[in-house]
Design a protein around this ligand. Structure first.
Ligand SMILES: [Fe+2]
Ligand SMILES: [Fe+2]
Length: 318
């Protein structure tokens, strides 16, 4: 006789963070198809060819990372859950990763020609640094320990995405491509919750380890962040070669690497703070995601829930 199959009981919550996260994520549910990206076509046509190239390939790279999260990332985390509610939260996250991955295609189909889209996907599926990043993280998902998998997921979502997020935030800070940026801000809002939640689950397991194992894992984690950062320098050079933004993107990346380490309960590594990041990008990130123009553009048929840009301080668990 097999063991009894246990029904999930939301009236007997083992960890209140599971319930709070479920509620937050379901409240902020959204779909790409409800954002009027075509309203950005005038802005798009005003960009130079080089600027259009950067935007398209930024979103190619982000598509790959969200594909990884939706196909392998959350599935690998599901192998090592502490509660049944944690599994439910990961189910929600996994679906939203598919929404994220699809949303870039909504942007492509509005702004790019079919041959441009083909070229973007060819580049994405073969760029050396982008492939290194995806495969480095996926190897950990496939063969890492439960805690290593959580580190990989938090590094991917709170750190590695930001070489791409820089571009739409920069344009938003300049009041351009605001509907495209609306999608990106909804993604960033989701990732902020994902990174905090998975970081919290990591800390529960990490704190149970004896000191020597904690030290060993810490060394592994900092080696990984260095390795990923040095690859990200190469990726940023590839992606931003046609601009003079490379140094600013790297500053933004180091700032977000620190945030990823903090989600994991660790000390920041780099000296960079919010004050070092280009204020135009910080301006973009702090803009409320739902603006009045946005409401008037979408009309009465759909009302986006009350949407606030999230900072890490907005989502403290204690
Ligand atoms: Fe995502
Ligand atoms: Fe995520």
């Amino acid at each position: 006789m097999a063991e009894n199959y246990i029904a999930i009981n939301w009236n007997a919550i083992e960890d209140q963070i599971d319930k709070a996260t479920w509620e937050k994520l379901t409240e902020q549910f959204w779909l790409d198809t409800r954002i009027p990206v075509s309203n950005d076509l005038d802005d798009w046509r005003s960009l130079t060819k080089d600027e259009q190239w950067v935007v398209g390939h930024v979103f190619g790279g982000l598509t790959l990372l969200d594909t990884l999260q939706s196909q392998d990332g959350m599935r690998s985390l599901m192998d090592n859950i502490r509660t049944q509610q944690e599994r439910a939260v990961l189910n929600n996250i996994q679906f939203m990763e598919s929404v994220h991955a699809k949303s870039y295609s909504t942007i492509f189909s509005t702004l790019n020609t079919p041959s441009e889209i083909d070229e973007i996907f060819d580049w994405t599926n073969s760029n050396e640094h982008l492939q290194y990043k995806a495969n480095r993280i996926n190897d950990i998902y496939q063969t890492g320990s439960p805690l290593e998998k959580k580190i990989a997921s938090v590094f991917l979502e709170t750190f590695l995405f930001y070489s791409g997020f820089f571009t739409p935030l920069y344009y938003l800070g300049n009041n351009k491509l605001t509907n495209v940026a609306e999608i990106i801000k909804l993604i960033i809002r989701d990732e902020s919750v994902h990174g905090t939640y998975i970081g919290y689950k990591f800390q529960l397991g990490f704190n149970e380890l004896p000191q020597d194992e904690q030290d060993k894992l810490k060394d592994w984690m900092y080696d990984l962040v260095y390795d990923l950062y040095s690859n990200e320098e190469g990726y940023t050079n590839d992606l931003y070669a046609k601009t003079d933004w490379t140094e600013e993107v790297l500053t933004f990346l180091r700032y977000n690497a620190n945030k990823a380490l903090m989600n994991l309960g660790q000390d920041p590594l780099f000296p960079d703070t919010a004050a070092d990041v280009n204020p135009i990008v910080m301006n973009g990130i702090s803009t409320s995601t739902a603006n009045h123009d946005f409401f008037s553009q979408v009309g009465n048929g759909y009302r986006l829930g009350e949407v606030e840009a999230m900072s890490d301080d907005d989502y403290k668990f204690d």
